[in-house]
Design a protein around this ligand. Structure first.
Ligand code: COA
Length: 229
């Protein structure tokens, strides 16, 4: 599938009711006409006016990619999104499908599942992952010991991927960063009851890590004392 800007989105997963697409946000994505946006967003269209201008292209592109999965791949009707405040998992209107969205720089990942709940995340490998405070917030004690044994570049990449895995899980649950990542063993996550799968598909760019979590219909999230940053 290609966008008007010449960019290409890639299907990372399309099997067993899980559909994930990733790619670069097209430069022309911020142009839109009102009718198309109302059809795309449904009752969530009201959110657009409150968005920072720099986020509009990414916001709309994500929703277009979700709509394409729903209408083209799954051949379902489209009623837009429910109006949800920031910090709440996006929901499709009049649909049992579950969706998740992640942005990082000019990159975007969207996922749709036909059963259960999905969370996707994309993280850029960056120096923030070298900070000891981040590792303290992210890792179990065993994960910290493992990370400490890695060469700096490998450590950064490994922690980036670990963050993406845990954030995708948190987004599947709808908990966001209120989940205490220190209590989640990244490698054991896929064996948890109610976790159907954890995928780490190649992003197509060495500086970006992607993760997808697929869980049973999520329990309500329980915010932890760990603050979102
Ligand atoms: C959700 C959150 C993890 C996003 O992280 P981020 O690294 O800033 O951004 P990402 O690009 O990875 O994800 C952004 C997307 O997550 C989705 N999202 C927002 N809140 C979400 C939630 N609670 N659960 C799942 N997905 C959520 C949105 O679709 C958003 O994309 P949009 O702006 O196009 O709508 C983070 O903002 C957060 O934790 N917010 C607080 C949520 C919270 O504490 N809720 C309490 C519920 S108990």
């Amino acid at each position: 599938m290609s966008e008007p800007g010449g960019d290409v989105r890639r299907t990372l997963v399309s099997a067993r009711g899980v559909h994930v697409v990733a790619g670069r946000i097209p430069a022309v994505g911020s142009r839109f006409d009102v009718d198309e946006v109302e059809q795309l967003l449904g009752t969530d269209a009201a959110t657009l006016g409150a968005l920072d201008e720099t986020r509009v292209a990414s916001y709309l592109t994500a929703r277009r990619w979700v709509r394409d999965i729903v209408t083209v791949r799954l051949r379902r009707a489209w009623s837009g999104f429910e109006a949800t405040p920031r910090g709440v998992k996006p929901r499709l209107a009049d649909s049992t499908l579950d969706v998740s969205i992640a942005h990082a720089g000019d990159r975007l990942v969207v996922g749709v599942v036909e059963h259960g709940r999905i969370g996707v995340d994309i993280e850029l490998v960056a120096s923030v992952f070298d900070q000891p405070s981040l590792a303290r917030r992210l890792c179990t004690s065993a994960e910290r010991r493992w990370a400490d044994g890695l060469e700096p570049a490998d450590r950064r990449a490994w922690l980036t991927q670990l963050w993406a895995v845990k954030e995708s899980y948190a987004k599947a649950l709808g908990a966001g960063l209120s989940l205490d990542f220190r209590r989640v063993d990244g490698a054991a996550l896929r064996h948890r009851v109610a976790v159907r799968g954890v995928l780490t598909p190649a992003s197509g760019a060495s500086h970006a890590k992607i993760a997808v979590s697929w869980v049973d219909a999520a329990p309500s999230c329980s915010p932890s004392p760990v603050r979102a940053i």
